[in-house]
Design a binder for this molecule. Structure first.
Ligand code: EPU
Length: 417
């Protein structure tokens, strides 16, 4: 078992370079199989989610060449076979093989996806989209078969602007006959990144990044070269850390516009941010005002950053609130933060953080990826030693987290016990 041992209380200074976005690359890899030619993806983060998707490619007999930070995917010899749960349960994004295989072969059989236990996370909107394109869906003991004689463009309205459903429907629709319109589509930057890959491959997608996406089906997709956008959630996590214990901590290789909902809230708190074209420099202060945050779909405040933000709010003088509107169960970090000395109550999907309080290291559990990030921040802020178990969750989404933090002066070690 791996644990992360953190000796907290050290100021962090220097530069952290942000990696390619997890939530982009996990869709780009399945999307690549829609072409039978070489698709080169660069700026690929070395995280376990990427590895798990490469294992699925390997299972499907797709040829994958790995180079530093890039993957060349060629599905010329691919075999479309049932993907068992041993593969799909490792991550949520395995569900993008549904849209991609359906789009390419008009048939897919696979087990339900896994991922963090942060709520019910149904896939009804994905399936509704596939059905609108003409597919039938059957479910035998949680093994889904989605198939169609032919996929035909359709007008699809999403009841909720789901990231996964928007991407999955795009994947299924790019090779369909005619035009598909997704209304109330999600607008996250990762969706634009996936649409750009598909367009580079020869797809015809307009409107990605707005709430109405139009996809005109094409016969075939070709080879292409594509870059993963910087991870706005990884970037946000380190900016928050800088606001807590940074001394001119520079976060580079980012797109600051993708972080506006966070940076405007931090500025409201009294954090001074030097925001450049592709970097943010941040230092901590001892005079923070409490804030109220409500998670929303992009461009609102990202749900993935509410857990990392929470330990920072323990420094504010007064009562801050975080309302979680996307997931039903994203407060599992709170009992551990309270064990460390925070004063946080959770009621009706809202956490109330009463500060300022001082954090002290103790033994805690990373229940999910962003809860883990929250505890890493808390551990680095805290006096004494914090030991985090279930570190695997953190390694799913943060490339080289230990090395990146050691480089800026943190004291931490990943130990095998
Ligand atoms: N939803 C449905 N039905 C559906 C799909 C979604 O009810 O068919 C609900 C979900 O249950 C949830 C809400 O809609 O309550 C949002 O779900 P969405 O589909 O937008 O999220 P997702 O695609 O499952 C991605 C990211 C998440 C991130 C969300 C929101 C990936 C692999 N995951 O999930 O990332 O929180 O979008 O931005 O891209 C993370 O990185 O820690 C993470 C959880």
């Amino acid at each position: 078992m791996k644990i992360l041992e953190i000796k907290g209380g050290h100021k962090l200074t220097g530069t952290i370079r942000i990696s390619g976005a997890k939530n982009s690359v996990v869709a780009l890899i399945p999307a690549a199989i829609l072409s039978s030619e070489d698709v080169t993806i660069c700026n690929v983060p070395d995280i376990t989610d990427t590895k798990a998707l490469c294992e699925i490619l390997d299972f499907l007999e797709v040829d994958v060449k790995k180079a530093t930070e890039s993957l060349i995917i060629n599905s010329h010899n691919m075999v479309n076979k049932e993907i068992p749960s041993d593969y799909t349960k490792k991550l949520r994004a395995s569900y993008y093989f549904m849209g991609a295989l359906l789009g390419k072969y008009k048939k897919v059989t696979m087990a339900l996806p896994g991922g963090c236990s942060i709520g019910a996370r149904p896939i009804n909107l994905h399936l509704k989209g596939f059905e609108a394109l003409g597919a039938t869906v059957t479910n035998n003991d949680n093994i889904y078969t989605v198939e169609a004689k032919e996929l035909k463009g359709a007008n699809i309205y999403l009841d909720f602007a789901s990231v996964g459903a928007t991407i999955n429907i795009m994947l299924a629709a790019v090779l369909a006959k005619g035009t598909t319109i997704i209304d109330n589509a999600a607008k996250e930057p990762e969706i634009v990144n996936v649409a750009t890959l598909l367009n580079n491959m020869g797809a015809k997608i307009r409107g990605a990044g707005t709430s109405s996406i139009e996809i005109t089906g094409v016969e075939k997709l070709n080879k292409c070269f594509h870059e993963v956008i910087p991870d706005r959630i990884e970037a946000g996590t380190y900016v928050i850390l800088g606001a807590a214990i940074g001394e001119n901590l520079k976060i580079t290789n980012i797109i600051p516009e993708h972080l506006e909902a966070l940076t405007s809230k931090l500025e409201e708190m009294g954090v001074f941010l030097d925001i450049g074209t592709d970097y943010i420099i941040v230092s901590s202060s001892n005079n923070y005002k409490p804030i109220n945050v409500k998670t929303q779909t992009y461009p609102g405040f990202a749900t993935d950053l509410q857990q990392p933000l929470t330990p920072l709010l323990t420094l504010c003088k007064g009562q801050s609130k975080i309302e979680e509107t996307i997931y039903e169960n994203r407060f599992m970090h709170i009992p551990y933060l309270n064990q460390m000395g925070a004063n946080i109550r959770v009621k009706n999907q809202t956490s109330t953080i009463i500060g300022p309080t001082k954090l002290t290291g103790t033994d805690v559990v990373a229940t999910d990826l962003r809860a883990g990030a929250s505890l890493v921040i808390a551990g680095l802020m805290a006096k004494g030693t914090t030991r985090i178990t279930n570190v695997e969750h953190i390694l799913r989404g943060y490339e080289n987290i230990v090395e990146k933090l050691l480089d800026v002066g943190a004291k931490l070690e990943l130990k095998e016990i």
